[in-house]
Design a protein around this ligand. Structure first.
Ligand code: NDP
Length: 285
């Protein structure tokens, strides 16, 4: 029987400490961090993510606004808006909610955000600096996952870590951060033969696939720490669920994150942290 890692609680503690810091920063520098979120279209998932980010920012004391544009906005128009925000001295963080409509080149948009305001850390300079071990903004979900692992009190160093998934947003940067914490890291993906054989070696198992119940209890090493990044709609209940078959898996794992209430809240809390860090870099420059 495992301990459930309460991402909601850990995220709340991080937001509370950021809120206290923002008050101090405001008193010291005469202004508080400022985040702009851009939402294109009305995809319900994106609307809900953006609403969560705005709510967290307000709670932390970060000034924020969400700029909403119709699906029909052109790439050129969006790039012009970003250029203007880049030049606005009062803005510390810019985030474009992904995915964007097909007629807009997502990479072009990510590249256009000023690297010092790239609080999502998707800009190629941030990505490169992460891999080069240079100072950089860390991507929110991977950063949140490392914080959750540390919250269990476990030593990451020397552990066998398996990351399932190799996307630029989650799988690859999580693997890199685990490596930087001196874990021995294996990255598995859709072409991995016998996934269970690989995952059963893991002391730390991070699953970022996007398929419900792809990881079953028999694929987990007894006592392992299991971090479930996936966000899916359960085809049986219609509720949100992760990639790990939670109920049976929690009987095997040492620690496990639930979905919802695990990695998700940490991603948002780390976005707030990145915005505060971006502000601090600017005012102390
Ligand atoms: P992607 O679709 O970009 O990547 C999925 C990865 O899973 C790919 O590397 C793919 O392998 C791998 N994969 C697919 N099928 C299998 C399989 N049968 N066996 C092993 N590996 C497989 O997704 P993301 O990384 O962007 O997101 C993953 C999940 O995490 C999604 O559910 C997403 O919603 C969620 N997410 C949650 C966040 C949070 O804050 N909680 C934040 C970001 C994402 P291959 O490379 O070979 O195709």
């Amino acid at each position: 029987m495992s301990e459930i890692i309460n991402g909601k609680e850990v995220a709340k503690a991080l937001r509370d400490s950021l809120a206290a810091e923002v008050v101090e920063l405001g008193a010291k520098y005469g202004r508080t961090p400022n985040l702009v979120v851009i939402l294109v279209g009305e995809d319900p998932g994106s609307v809900s993510y953006v609403t969560g980010k705005a709510k967290a920012a307000t709670e932390v004391g970060i000034r924020n606004k969400t700029l909403r544009y119709p699906e029909t906005i052109t790439e050129e128009e969006l790039l012009a808006i970003i250029a203007e925000l880049n030049g606005d001295e009062d803005i510390d963080g810019i985030l474009v909610q992904l995915p964007l409509p097909k007629h807009i080149d997502e990479q072009k948009v990510i590249d256009a955000i000023a690297v010092e305001k790239d609080v999502d850390a998707f800009h190629p300079s941030n990505v490169a600096n992460l891999w080069l071990k240079k100072p950089c903004t860390q991507p929110c979900t991977p950063k949140g996952i490392i914080k959750l692992l540390k919250e269990t009190g476990m030593e990451i160093e020397g552990k066998e870590a398996v990351v399932v998934g190799r996307s630029n947003i989650v799988g690859l940067p999580v693997a890199k951060l685990l490596l930087d914490n001196n874990a021995t890291v294996t990255i598995a993906h859709s072409r991995t033969h016998n996934l269970g054989e690989v995952t059963r070696r893991a002391d730390i198992l991070v699953v970022a696939i996007g398929r419900e119940r792809l990881v079953t209890a028999d694929m987990i090493k007894p006592g392992a720490v299991v971090i479930d990044v996936g966000v899916n709609r359960d085809s049986r209940t219609g509720k949100l669920c992760g990639d790990v078959d939670f109920e049976p898996s929690k009987e095997v794992a040492g620690y496990i994150t639930p979905v919802p209430g695990g990695v998700g809240p940490m991603t948002i809390a780390c976005l707030m942290e990145n915005t505060v860090e971006s502000f601090k870099r600017k005012v102390t420059k």
